[in-house]
Write a protein that binds this ligand. Structure first.
Ligand code: C5P
Length: 249
């Protein structure tokens, strides 16, 4: 159950940065203001496993989310997840679009304490990208249909939850219940630059719709005062949790 997570616990800050020094600087700055630090492809390719240890050491108990979005044959992914689990990551991601065999292999490779999340449909994708991505638009008319299809596969394979946009979180929670985790990137405040993200929601909307965790990168990293930006997001999350409770959601 994630009911007891505080607003700060629910913020995953994306360390999308090119060097260990910069990552450490943000960890020192934000460790009391966010709950999880996400290490993605840019930082991991630059620094390797050392960055996971460095962040775990300095983060004062905030967990590490190793977002390498594995996508390969099942045996390779099983091994990669085994290696990644040994780094003591709290969350690891794997793409859902190769089906259940790959997701099952990922779960089999994970150690206890590491939760495997299935990436359903990237938040940078919209319906207009379906043809390019080879997605059958007559079967999946909206990203939400594909998200639900992939979330079912992730659930059947034993994943702890999924990564999806805040637009689909409510449907995922409705079908799979409160214990199946929903982690939501594509977070933007009203009027904020979306960059490459398309299926965006505000921090309030994501949590009000049922997201357990929200992933935020540029809106905190590029803010003039990242601590203030994180605190303001925590305030929005608090309001969303209160409103959900008030409505008995
Ligand atoms: O800067 P921004 O807040 O858009 O960063 C979003 C982060 O979430 C990035 O690190 C990106 O890799 C990640 N992510 C995403 N969409 C997904 C899964 C992860 O944007 N479906």
């Amino acid at each position: 159950m994630t009911d007891r997570l505080s607003p700060v616990d629910r913020i995953v800050f994306a360390l999308d940065l090119p060097t260990l020094d910069e990552a450490v600087r943000y960890v020192n700055l934000l460790r009391n203001h966010v709950g999880v630090f996400k290490i993605g492809l840019e930082l991991f390719c630059a620094c390797g496993p050392a960055v996971v240890h460095a962040v775990n050491e300095r983060s004062k108990g905030a967990g590490v989310f190793l977002d390498l979005k594995f996508h390969d044959i099942p045996a390779t992914v099983r091994g990669a997840i085994r290696s990644a689990s040994a780094l003591k990551a709290r969350f690891i991601t794997v793409h859902c679009d190769e089906g259940r065999g790959l997701l099952k292999a990922a779960v089999e490779g994970s150690a206890s304490g590491t939760r495997v999340l299935g990436v359903t449909v990237l938040t940078s994708l919209s319906r207009e990208d379906f043809t390019d991505a080879g997605i059958d638009a007559s079967r999946f008319s909206e990203p939400a249909d594909l998200v639900m299809h992939r979330a079912r596969l992730a659930r059947l394979a034993g994943c702890a939850g999924v990564v999806c946009s805040g637009l689909e979180v409510g449907a995922v929670k409705k079908e799979f219940g409160p214990d199946f985790l929903t982690v939501t990137p594509g977070i933007r405040s009203a009027g904020e630059d979306k960059g490459d993200q398309k299926r965006t929601v505000t921090p309030y909307e994501a949590v009000y719709n049922g997201a357990d965790y929200i992933v935020v990168g540029r809106p905190i990293r590029n803010a003039p005062d990242p601590v203030k930006a994180a605190d303001s997001i925590a305030g929005e999350i608090e309001r969303a949790l209160r409103d959900r409770e008030g409505k008995g959601v």
